[in-house]
Design a protein around this ligand. Sequence first.
Ligand SMILES: [Zn+2]
Length: 103
Amino acid sequence: MSNDDKSPIKASKFGSCCQDLKEVLEAEDFDPLVYEAEDGVLYLSVGILDIDDGSESGESAASGDDDDEAEGSGFLDHPVYFCPFCGAKLQTPEQVEAKAHDA
Ligand SMILES: [Zn+2]
């Protein structure tokens, strides 16, 4: 379609495959779990990490000043290769690896 493939990538190049992905990426009312990182890789949050060290009873307090809301959990992200909505090919593992290393 385009006769100039050297055109700079404007904003998010993801979301051009279907309206669903576009809406998620441009969402302002919520924090999307599919997002484009600073390195230009599209990531999908596949789960929530529980980084708790197993001190469930709280008998061993490593430090008395811990914020148990900020710590203890995190999102586990994974690069998205195909659009979860329409199945369009968005990026390849090679592209993701190149971007991740080039960032
Ligand atoms: Zn799509």
